[in-house]
Design a protein around this ligand. Structure first.
Ligand code: ZN
Length: 211
């Protein structure tokens, strides 16, 4: 499972690796199906076939005791040879096959449903530590996101407060018989930056020429 998370998070030079991309596509599709594997596979029989056939199991005797056996999943790479594809074609399909293989093996893992992501802050996939952990990969990301949200709220509040002040000053300007342009008047009365007033002209509804 750690390996799957690792592949999903591979980002060489800023972009996702072709393997991460292919596997991410499968994870996104599964998410759209609400995690329902049957729904996902019924909706795409071709994919279902690829995932089902990408891996074969090999029966092996348990070497410690020689009394029981187990199944080892193995990629069915031989199929590629059988179909006599050119190296280019093999390369082209490799990320998809590789993703299908990881998907196949991943779904067999009892921890499969703990795989979650991408994290709402850092965009990485992760293994859930608690069932409730649905949005952020870690407490660190959760806390950081809360801090960002708090700052955003604070800025918004400050902005609204400034707009209120500017609005009040603008009303004064309307009554005052002054040749001073509204922006400099409002800025002088409130101490609000001229750029702020320009940026929020539409909200402030400044008077047209001739008031
Ligand atoms: Zn995160």
């Amino acid at each position: 499972m750690d390996y799957i998370v690792d592949v999903l998070n591979r980002k060489p030079q800023g972009g996702l690796s072709p393997y991460a991309e292919a596997l991410t596509r499968l994870m996104e599709r599964l998410k759209q199906c609400g995690g329902n594997l049957k729904k996902m596979m019924d909706g795409d029989p071709k994919l279902a076939k690829t995932v089902a056939k990408v891996c074969v199991t090999r029966w092996m005797v348990e070497p410690e005791t020689n009394r029981t056996a187990y199944l080892v999943p193995q990629p069915s790479w031989r199929q590629i040879k059988k179909r006599k594809l050119t190296p280019g074609q093999v390369d082209e399909m490799r990320p998809e096959r590789f993703a299908a293989l990881l998907f196949h093996v991943g779904t067999l893992n009892p921890e499969w449903e703990k795989l979650a992501g991408p994290c709402a802050r850092c965009g990485r996939y992760y293994i859930k530590k608690r069932a409730s952990q649905k949005v952020y990969c870690s407490r660190r990301c959760g806390n950081a996101a809360t801090a960002v949200e708090r700052t955003r709220q604070k800025l918004k509040q400050e902005r609204n407060e400034k707009l209120k002040q500017a609005g009040a000053a603008l009303r004064k300007w309307r009554k005052a018989r002054t040749e001073e342009p509204w922006k400099t008047f409002v800025s002088r009365k409130t101490g609000i930056d001229l750029r702020f007033l320009t940026r929020h002209q539409t909200e402030l509804q400044p008077p047209k020429k001739g008031r």
